[in-house]
Design a protein around this ligand. Structure first.
Ligand SMILES: [Zn+2]
Ligand SMILES: [Zn+2]
Length: 208
């Protein structure tokens, strides 16, 4: 099985990334929201959004913010994102491969903490977070060799993991942002994936 075909360093990077993304980042967002509640209780639950608007706030608005966030990660913040691009093939564990500190440079943790604090009922917002996370896992799974121009599919995202310096398909949920800004590329997956990084495991994980 190709997923099991990893070096010890890759296992360490992917499992630690999985822990950061699935435990540390949500815990940090919950903690930040509680700090906001403690320091400015007045605005806690001040946003009364309907179920649909609260869902779309995350699924569409935060997704658009992430598009530009991801472009920044490919600009001045590249060294903090390069580790994600070292995968030679796609599988679900690649989803969370990153330098350990990189999530603090990504809009999700801040937006999720802010709306957890501000929304009167954050449940639909959190439902959208869950759907976005599932789509993230799917995008990296390699299952889906098609493009539909609406969602970023595994085929679309594999172009973003090509072995050249990627300059396409920065979107997470929606392909619309890439289409709008001229960075969309669709079709069969590229011939080879992944960048060579000479950095040591320590550098990739902690000090890129
Ligand atoms: Zn990227
Ligand atoms: Zn990726």
């Amino acid at each position: 099985m190709r997923m099991l075909d990893r070096t010890a360093a890759e296992w360490l990077m992917d499992i630690s990334g999985l822990f950061v993304q699935s435990v540390a980042v949500p815990a940090a967002a919950i903690y930040l929201a509680s700090v906001c509640r403690g320091t400015a209780p007045r605005y806690s639950g001040a946003l009364h959004f309907s179920w649909a608007w609260a869902f779309l706030l995350n699924f569409v608005v935060v997704d658009y913010l992430y598009y530009w966030n991801h472009r920044l990660l490919h600009g001045p913040l590249w060294r903090w994102h390069a580790a994600h691009h070292t995968a030679k093939s796609m599988d679900v564990l690649i989803t969370s491969r990153n330098t350990l500190w990189t999530p603090i440079l990504i809009v999700y943790i801040w937006a999720n903490a802010a709306f957890l604090y501000l929304l009167a009922d954050p449940t639909p917002y959190l439902a959208a977070v869950a759907v976005s996370s599932l789509l993230d896992v799917w995008r990296h799974s390699g299952f889906g060799r098609f493009s539909n121009g609406v969602l970023i599919t595994p085929a679309d995202h594999s172009w973003h993991h090509g072995s050249g310096l990627p300059n396409e398909n920065f979107g997470a949920n929606f392909a619309l942002w890439d289409r709008l800004h001229g960075t969309y590329r669709k079709g069969e997956a590229p011939k080879s994936l992944g960048l060579e990084l000479e950095d040591s495991l320590w550098k990739k994980l902690v000090m890129p």
